[in-house]
Design a protein around this ligand. Structure first.
Ligand code: AMP
Ligand code: ZN
Length: 135
């Protein structure tokens, strides 16, 4: 089986599972960026955001909310990030859709790129219009 997350879903690769239901599985990330880093996947294989069907994505989000609250109870982090990577430019390395649940603590080493670009409202309006046209 070439997809490692499909192998985990099939029980053919090891994982520390925290939740399983008909449509989703949640398990500990093997290289956690913080203690309690969990991945939530649909059992069906989708590459990423571009091809996952909205119902499966909704099932993943239901599990994500449930597991995130359990992580909070279990580990008492100061905060939490959800992270989803689609395609290499966005750091995707495993090409089976997954959401990262990343507990955060004040003073932890995790940094998001800090540079933001102040942008004219007219530019935001123009980009919003281009997106709206496709919805
Ligand atoms: P991404 O960069 O968003 O594609 O994230 C892939 C994540 O999968 C990384 O955080 C890896 O540490 C994690 N990962 C890769 N292989 C395994 C595995 N066998 N079990 C658990 N997590 C894994
Ligand atoms: Zn897969």
């Amino acid at each position: 089986m070439s997809c490692i997350f499909c192998a985990i879903v099939a029980g053919k690769a090891p994982a520390a599972v925290v939740w399983e239901d008909e449509e989703t599985l949640a398990f500990m990330d093997i290289n956690p960026v913080s203690q309690g880093h969990v991945l939530v996947v649909p059992k069906e294989h989708y590459r990423n955001l571009y091809d996952i069907d909205p119902e499966s994505a909704a099932a993943v989000m239901r599990t994500t909310v449930r597991v995130a609250r359990a992580v909070r109870e279990a580990l008492r982090p100061d905060g939490m990030n959800l992270f989803q990577s689609s395609e290499r430019a966005a750091f995707q390395s495993v090409f089976h859709f997954h959401v990262h649940i990343i507990p955060r603590w004040f003073g932890d080493e995790l940094r998001l790129p800090p540079q933001v670009q102040r942008t004219d409202f007219s530019v935001l309006q123009e980009i919003a219009a281009r997106i709206r046209e496709r919805l």
